[in-house]
Structures are given as structure tokens and as C-alpha cells.
Design a protein around this ligand. Structure first.
Ligand code: SAH
Ligand code: SF4
Length: 442
């Protein structure tokens, strides 16, 4: 019987993409996926550390595995990802039975570490690989999770050092991939039947600053837009400090670029934005959203925001609420500020009490949910282009896909439509998207 691996992925789309690489490496070593932890020979946690919750979750999951590892010492436990990078010592101390710890810039060494552990009695110290590699290698294998839509990295790491954020410490300095490497990956995805790509970077707008070719993200989009047989291009994340009108023009002009802009605001208050080190004011942010809406009809604008940054007053939180009222986002990922060790904000005075953060979050979520529902309700009756991703797991006989504006659409249809662009009329609106029916235009 083949050896089995179990992969547990926390966190963002970058981590989802990295897990595809980890799975590819394990499959090359001859492992097959397991359906549960109990019968796996290798268990990999691909971790997140951007907020405190995944940190606690990892240690509780490792605690549950302690007994299993005692019973089956040959089992290999690996901790990868951002938390592995910034908390390797803590993992070694609190979970000494972990075999392998690998940071997100070091996956080229992951396969060799697993092979080495396979051949040992697993009793020594963990293998720890958390070097701050300058370049991330190309050509690692990938076993993709999804069949129609794929993630493609365009930059790794981040140079921004926002005061609250641990990402630059966990993922290192920003590195752009060569245009040729991005294009080649997209071409191979199309050959494998993919229809949509999401280009990934912590700040895609700074793509290219480290390349000699004098190319920026708008130029890269134009290159990808030329690739035959691709249906759609998405990208995330845009940083307001570096978003250019040239990119908005490219979104308007390139046929494959979807009408969706994810633009994290983080706060609607200028003093908080300055203390966060975000490099823009609310007025500038607002002007970017206006420019996007002028150029790109019906563009969906989504955001990330946090409440309770150190020193945030009621009035400053009120400015965030007001920004949400004024801008009317299609969707928002809303968080309570968490201290992350080693960041500037962790050392700032006047921490906002947990209860106050909770109340502010609930208030913002309630208001944003009303706005998002309202926006979707106003779109009932419209017909959307939908890329069909597969059957809807919750409703037999129905398919699910996304509009170009990244709204979920669920509608009755045959499996033969999977992978196709169809037109669907929205019939009922929800917070998450629409229920609809195929339109005769399809
Ligand atoms: N590169 C992206 C963000 C990556 S982290 C950007 O610049 O927008 C994803 C989101 O997590 C952030 O947008 C932020 O809203 C949230 N986040 C990051 N650090 C946080 C912290 N210390 N506490 C709470 N939320 C945080
Ligand atoms: Fe974190 Fe700021 Fe970089 Fe985004 S841009 S990853 S929030 S440091």
C-alpha cells in the first residue's frame, strides 16, 4: 500500500498555493493523499501567523497529535508556512515531537527533509529550514486543488512593513517572478484545462520594481491577457499606496481582466493610517475607488479592514464606519487588531480593550452586511457571465461559479457546463451572492 499524507492548510490564498507545491513534492516522493490524520504517514501543517487565532489552533492540533506520534513514532509531522518561519523555536520547545519545520521560502528543501526523516528513526532533533533565501526557485512540482481556476504567484514576500503586520518577517523581502516564468505557468495551466488565473502577491502593484526589464504590473497583465484560450484574469492584493491609474486603465481595456478590485483600506482615519505606516490618506483611497468606478462600469470593490489598532478612539473608529458608508464595498474582510510579536504596533501604547474591539467589529460587520446585501439585491434581474467551477456541494443538481465581479452564483444546470462561461440571471440575492437560472443568452 502506498504511503499517505495529510495536509492541513490555514490562512490566505498564498498558503493555498504553497500547499499545492507541498502536495506536489509529496506526490513526487510517492505519497498519496489520506482522508484523515489517523492513517497518514506524513502530516503537514501549512500555517498562518497573521493573526493570533491560527497560532493557538496549531498548538492545539499538535497537542492532539502527541499521543498518535507516541503510538506511531515512524509518522512524520511537518510544520510549514509563516508560523514555522517566525516561531520555529517555540514549536521545538512546545512540540518537540515535530520532525520537520520549514519556512515559506524554503520549500525546495522540503522533499529532502521528508526523505531524510523517512530513513531515520525520527528520534533526533527536528530538521529546521528557515533560511532567508534571496530567490525562490522556479519549477517546483504542484498538485492543484481546483480544476478550473488556479492561483499563480507573481511576487513573493513584502517590503512594506506595515506597523501591525508580520508578513514581511515570515515571507521575507519582495521578489518578482520573471514575466516568462509567469506566462509559462499560465500556459501550462491552460494546457491542463484551466480557464481562470488569479495572480497573487502581497502587493501586486509593486510587481517588477526588482526586475531589470522595466516592466510593471499593468504590463504583466497585458502579457497574460494575450495568452490564447484563457478566459479570465483576477489578481490580489492591490496596495492603495502603489495602485496606478495605468493599472485601472488596463483593467478597463484588457478583455480578460475581471471587474473586481480588492483594495485593503485597513482604516478610514488618517492618523491611524499614518501610524499603521500605510502611506496613503482616506482622501487618496477614496480618489482611487472613484477613479476605478469611473473607468470600469460595475466594478466590484472589496477590502480588508481592522478595528482597535492601538490608540484607536471612538471618533477614529467612527471615521472607518463613515468610510464604509461612503464607499459601499461589495465585500469586506473585517478583523480585530491583534498584537503580532516583533511588529512596531505590538510595542505601541494605549491598546484597545478586547471588549471594545469586539463591539466595534460587530458594529462594522452589521453595517457592512446590510450594505453588501443591498448592493446584491439591486442586481437581481441582471444577467451575469459566470465561469462554472463545479457542482454546488450543498445543493444537488445545482452548479456554482463566479461572476466577473467575484460574486458566487448558484443555479440549476448540467455537469457538462463545468469549465464553461455561461450567462446566468440573478433571481435571489444573499450576502454571499445569488441564486439564479441559466439565461437564454448562454
Ligand atoms: N498584503 C495584504 C494583506 C495581507 S494580510 C495588504 O497589504 O493588504 C491580510 C489581512 O490581515 C490584512 O489586510 C489585514 O487587514 C489583516 N491583518 C494583518 N495583520 C493583522 C493584525 N496584526 N491584526 C489583525 N489583522 C491583521
Ligand atoms: Fe502586511 Fe502591509 Fe505587506 Fe500587506 S503590504 S503584507 S499588510 S506589511
Amino acid at each position: 500500500m502506498a504511503n499517505l499524507y495529510y495536509l492541513d492548510t490555514m490562512g490566505c490564498q498564498m498558503n493555498e498555493r504553497d500547499s499545492e507545491t507541498l502536495a506536489g513534492i509529496l506526490q513526487q516522493l510517492g505519497y498519496d493523499p489520506a482522508d484523515n490524520v489517523q492513517n497518514a504517514d506524513v502530516i503537514v501543517f501549512n500555517t498562518c501567523t497573521v493573526r493570533a487565532k491560527p497560532h493557538h489552533k496549531l498548538f492545539s492540533k499538535l497537542g492532539e497529535l502527541r499521543r498518535l506520534k507516541q503510538r506511531r513514532p515512524q509518522m512524520i509531522i511537518a510544520v510549514c508556512g509563516c508560523l514555522a518561519q517566525v516561531a520555529a523555536d517555540e514549536i521545538c520547545r512546545r512540540a518537540p515531537f515535530v520532525d520537520i519545520i520549514v519556512g515559506p521560502r524554503n520549500y525546495a528543501g522540503f522533499g529532502a527533509a521528508v526523505a531524510q526523516r523517512q530513513q531515520s528513526d525520527n528520534s533526533g532533533k527536528p530538521i529546521v529550514i528557515t533560511d532567508d533565501e534571496e530567490t525562490i526557485p522556479e519549477g517546483l512540482p504542484a498538485c492543484r486543488e481546483r480544476r478550473i481556476s488556479a492561483f499563480v504567484n507573481v511576487t513573493y514576500g513584502c517590503n512594506n512593513f506595515c506597523a501591525y503586520c508580520v508578513v514581511p518577517y515570515a515571507r521575507g523581502r519582495e521578489q518578482s517572478r520573471q514575466v516568462t516564468d509567469v506566462v509559462a505557468e499560465v500556459q501550462s495551466l491552460i494546457a491542463a484545462g484551466y480557464k481562470e488565473v488569479t495572480l497573487l502577491g502581497q502587493n501586486v502593484n509593486s510587481y517588477g520594481h526588482d526586475l531589470t526589464a522595466g516592466i510593471d504590473f499593468a504590463d504583466l497583465l497585458a502579457e497574460v491577457d494575450q495568452i490564447p484560450n484563457l478566459a479570465r484574469i483576477r489578481f490580489t492584493t492591490s496596495h492603495p499606496q502603489d495602485l496606478t491609474l495605468k493599472l485601472l486603465d488596463a483593467m478597463r481595456d484588457l478583455p480578460l481582466a475581471c471587474e473586481h478590485l480588492h483594495l485593503p483600506i485597513q482604516s478610514g482615519d488618517d492618523e491611524i493610517l499614518a501610524r499603521m505606516g500605510r502611506g496613503y490618506t482616506y482622501a487618496h483611497y477614496r480618489s482611487l475607488v472613484d477613479a476605478a468606478r469611473e473607468r470600469i462600469p460595475d466594478v466590484a470593490v472589496t477590502t480588508d479592514v481592522m478595528v482597535g489598532f492601538p490608540g484607536e478612539t471612538e471618533e477614529q473608529f467612527g471615521n472607518t464606519l463613515r468610510a464604509f458608508e461612503e464607499i459601499r464595498f461589495d465585500q469586506a474582510f473585517m478583523f480585530k487588531y491583534n498584537d503580532r510579536p516583533g511588529t512596531r504596533a505590538a510595542g505601541m501604547p494605549d491598546k484597545v480593550p478586547e471588549k471594545v474591539k469586539q463591539r466595534r467589529l460587530e458594529e462594522l460587520v452589521a453595517r457592512q452586511n446590510e450594505i453588501a446585501r443591498d448592493i446584491n439585491r439591486q442586481q437581481v434581474g441582471r444577467t451575469f457571465e459566470v465561469l462554472v467551477e463545479g457542482p454546488d456541494p450543498k445543493s444537488p443538481g445545482k452548479l456554482r461559479g463566479r461572476t466577473r465581479t467575484n460574486k458566487l452564483m448558484i443555479f440549476p444546470g448540467e455537469d457538462s457546463l463545468i469549465g464553461q462561461l455561461v450567462h446566468v440571471q440573478a433571481e435571489q440575492a444573499y450576502l454571499w451572492g445569488f441564486l439564479g437560472r441559466l439565461s437564454s443568452e448562454s
